[in-house]
Design a protein around this ligand. Structure first.
Ligand SMILES: *[C@@H]1O[C@H](CO)[C@@H](O)[C@H](O)[C@H]1NC(C)=O
Ligand SMILES: *[C@@H]1O[C@H](CO)[C@@H](O)[C@H](O)[C@H]1NC(C)=O
Ligand SMILES: *[C@@H]1O[C@H](CO)[C@@H](O)[C@H](O)[C@H]1NC(C)=O
Length: 340
């Protein structure tokens, strides 16, 4: 609240971030971070910069929503990430992202969809039942979440971008990701089918002929949250068009239920290049038995799951990997009762 008010009290010339000439320079390292959580976004940015060998070459493209736009700007104006570049945009200002262009927006806006989300007891997962609550989370309604399918539209001047979720911590210099050979593929991601059967049939409805005809039920799943995207290949292969086609076919939600991973698996099918697992270690938001050395050797750790490090629910043994990037003596944070 305090940040929001202070932002709107600033004269327009004080609302600008420095080094805006870097925003479209394809020779720098660009990150896409879509978040409505100031503290989480700040940890992502701080941890990336503190572990970067050449911080001045890193550029953060933060997109938030209308509600958090003032606070997000004010925080990073007051706490700039050293010599790195940052800017903040408001997803509600993207006029091209409207319901005549974007099927998911059209679907989200329909009354039927809203009833579906909020009707209690409606089966909403393929397996249904217990995890129902998760799918009534308004998070699934947010356009911020679906913006990942429009990266070349948001960043038309860039060749490559690293997409980061806001529930991650960066522990190493990430520049090596820009030189991983993707072999003509569009998405560089870690695969997840090793441990717990994260294969396509877990996410997609193989009783549906469209799914059964086009995909292998045993194909390996991969993780969102730290993905290197080749935006030139994306445009050349019309990835957004592929996504739109399938999203339109899923109007009645028979191909998959909710979330962005199932349409991601479809959209980037055979267009995903597996990267080395230590780039991205997952599960810190639900799995209590991740190997300590795997966590400590990871370039990026990901608190996917419900036990986010900023919640009281967080698993204590994983919390310090996140909290070490927060200055608890910061005057704005002291008022927030975060608990160390
Ligand atoms: C909706 O988006 C399309 C393409 O992204 C654009 O051409 C059109 O002008 C937009 N409509 C409005 C009302 O902004
Ligand atoms: C899976 O697809 C089939 C065929 O379209 C459909 O009848 C069935 O209801 C779908 N299953 C779910 C859980 O949506
Ligand atoms: C991130 O680093 C900046 C600059 O060192 C600092 O001002 C800010 O408080 C840090 N963020 C958090 C969440 O502590």
């Amino acid at each position: 609240m305090r940040l929001t008010i202070e932002y709107y009290l600033l004269p327009p010339e004080k609302r600008r971030f420095p080094r805006s000439e870097n925003l479209e320079n394809p020779n720098l390292y660009h990150y896409a971070l879509f978040s409505d959580n100031v503290l989480a976004a700040s940890v992502v940015v701080n941890s990336t910069i503190l572990n970067a060998k050449e911080p001045e070459k890193h550029v953060f493209h933060l997109v938030t929503d209308k509600l958090n736009f003032g606070a997000m700007n004010m925080w990073f104006l007051l706490n700039p990430p050293g010599k790195a570049t940052i800017h903040v945009e408001n997803v509600d200002e993207f006029k091209w992202l409207n319901s005549s262009y974007c099927p998911v927006l059209r679907q989200l806006e329909s009354a039927a969809m809203k009833a579906f989300y909020f009707n209690q007891g409606h089966p909403s997962t393929l397996s249904s039942g217990s995890s129902n609550l998760k799918y009534r989370n308004p998070k699934y309604l947010s356009m911020l979440n679906h913006l990942r399918f429009y990266l070349p539209e948001v960043y038309p001047k860039l060749d490559k971008i690293l997409f980061l979720d806001d529930d991650i911590v960066v522990q190493k210099d990430l520049t090596g990701l820009w030189s991983v050979n993707l072999h003509g593929k569009v998405n560089g991601a870690v695969e997840t089918c090793g441990e717990s059967f994260h294969r396509f049939d877990k996410y997609l409805n193989f009783s549906n002929p469209h799914i059964a005809r086009n995909f292998d039920p045993n194909a390996c799943g991969w993780a969102y949250g730290m993905n290197i995207f080749d935006l030139k290949e994306w445009t050349r292969r019309d990835i957004t068009g592929i996504y739109h086609k399938w999203q339109n076919m899923n109007e009645d939600r028979t191909l998959w239920k909710l979330g962005t991973l199932p349409p991601g698996l479809i959209t980037f099918y055979r267009l995903t290049h597996p990267i080395e697992k230590s780039w991205h270690v997952l599960g810190l938001g639900y799995n209590p038995s991740i190997d300590k050395s795997d966590i400590e050797n990871a370039a990026v750790i990901h608190y996917n799951g419900n036990m986010k490090p900023w919640l009281e629910l967080a698993m204590t043994k994983y919390r310090s990997y996140w909290t070490k990037y927060i200055k608890y003596d910061h005057p704005y944070l002291r008022g927030c009762n975060l608990g160390e």
